[in-house]
Ligand binder design. Sequence first.
Ligand code: A2R
Length: 315
Amino acid sequence: MKKALIIGAAGFVGNYLIDHIQKNCVWSIIVTKMKHEEIYNTDIDIRDLNILNYEEVETLITEVKPDYIFHLAAQSSVALSWEKPGLTVDVNIKGVLNVLDCIRKLDYKPAILLIGSGEEYGHVKKNEIPIGEDNTLRPGNIYAVTKACQNMIGSIYAKAYGMNVMMVRAFNHIGPNQIPVFVVPDFCKQIAEIEKGLRDPVLRVGNLEARRDFTDVRDVVRAYVLLIEKGKPGEVYNIGSGQSVSIKDILNKIISFSMTSVSIEVDPDKLRPIDVPIIEADITKLKECTGWSPNISLDTTLKETLDYWRTELNK
Ligand code: A2R
């Protein structure tokens, strides 16, 4: 039986990836988490791993020798990357280097999927939309710089050492259980709190003009599994819906799913030092390689995320 290792599985995407593999693949699953994290799943092999510790990485990979490695571990928040640039560089660059270099030295060829971000493209020009994988990268924040660097390191390891490393640039992915440092869960949580009378009916927002490409996390993990089997070594694949939507439209949709009326107030703390006006993926390469296309509508995801927060607040 093939073995899949998910590094950084205790986060938002990890749970969905575990669930997808358990339901759709005949693979054994080994997952890693940080010591302070919990994963509540009795059917999988759960290990503690800090990717900044090379010896820990080496011990685990030498023992497990997985066929597939999904590298999810990251400092994944753009907002936090402004506050903690050093940590973001360490985890997102040195961490991935530890994993790749360990595998290079072990001299075996697992398929490795590195998760990058649509943020890597940064300041995209109007005539570059939708953004193809060969577009110039002009990252606009520290998180995006580290993911661009991860991507380049992956590409070097694939070319120089013949390793089976594939890179994805995942655009914004959303769904229930995402922490509210991201815009959709932030809005949904605030609305659920207002509905419950836990706060004044004032929704605090950041830049509503920015346009982003949102995909349900369940569609995203389906693409990850397809790519790790069908993707070509050294190649980069965009994963997104192929459509951008403004944050204002997202907000209006969520408000329309609510039974409350709210006023909007701009919160300077939610504005970024530099924001990228529009990000929208060209997903032709992914579609051609895997046949993937998104199945879950934006409305469904937003409704389920709002319901998730209503349920959380009732616990
Ligand atoms: O930061 P924590 O304590 O929540 O742990 C995160 C974990 N992580 C690490 N794992 C091993 N060694 C480290 N030094 C280390 N630092 C952080 O990676 C968390 O459990 C996991 C990443 O999960 P999230 O932050 O929830 O990211 P998400 O949304 O699951 O995204 C997965 C990937 C990331 O590479 C994103 O940058 C990309 O998709 O969009």
